[in-house]
Ligand binder design. Sequence first.
Ligand code: NAP
Length: 285
Amino acid sequence: MAEVLKGKPVADAMKEELKQKVADLKGRGITPTLGIIRVGARPDDLFYEGGAKKTCDAVDMAYQVFEYPEDISQEDFEKAVADVGSNKAINGILMFAPLPKHLDEKKIRTLIPVEKDVDCLTLGGAAKIFADDPTGFPPCTPTACMDMLHFYNIPIKGKRCVVLGRSLVVGKPVAMLLLREHGTVTICHSRTQDLPSVCQEAEILIAAVGRAKMVKGNFVKPGQIVIDVGINEDPDNPGKYCGDVDFAEVEPIVEKITPVPAGVGSVTTAVLCKQTIMACELQNA
Ligand code: NAP
């Protein structure tokens, strides 16, 4: 039986630390504030927004929601994003993506100032991660994976790490963060040959493929740490969701594993607040 690494204790410990940082900033007359930019009202966006607001409240920081209609024009939305970007009261920006198809998302992203880019939506933000610049903010999910590893005292230095997935949102940035901490990193993708044997070589396996229960018992071996980033509809339990790892098959084999739900996903809004508070500290240094 593996040790199940839950996200809640990680998020709770982080929130305690953040409360203190917010109190210190407020003592200097500064209230760290997250700006949430949302076009339309997609249920997934509203769900994440609700979690983000709750976490902001829990750590006593502020947020402002900037909501726009689904049919907003490119010109009006560019102006709106630029306004939020230059708003001195806003320290960090979360913009829900993808944007509606008629909007040029690539161009809009460039309007977010890099110093407020707390979810790595800009190329400048991504470059900072690639360059190990500590003033850069990785996307919240990769940071949450690293925070899970740190909280549960899992050594990374010199370890063989296999990242399953190469997206800009999860796979690539988490690979960079593992490398920064001296992991020996292999990145897999849809063209990787013999995926099970590559994954079996890992001491730390991060699954971010977006395929329900794809990581089976033959992908793993005893002693491994498995971090499951996936959030998928569970094909076996309609209305529920599951990870990229087949938990029932993998958990009895490996040493430690994160569950889905209640794993990495529970840490992401705390990370969003942490990175906004860091942005605020840097802006007021
Ligand atoms: P994505 O953009 O669809 O990328 C998936 C990656 O997996 C791609 O690199 C793809 O390879 C690779 N892949 C797909 N099928 C594969 C296969 N059969 N064999 C090997 N590799 C395969 O997904 P994402 O945005 O990175 O998200 C990954 C998962 O994390 C999803 O389940 C998503 O819901 C979840 N997620 C969770 C959170 C959270 O807070 N917990 C946040 C974001 C995302 P190619 O590049 O070759 O196509």
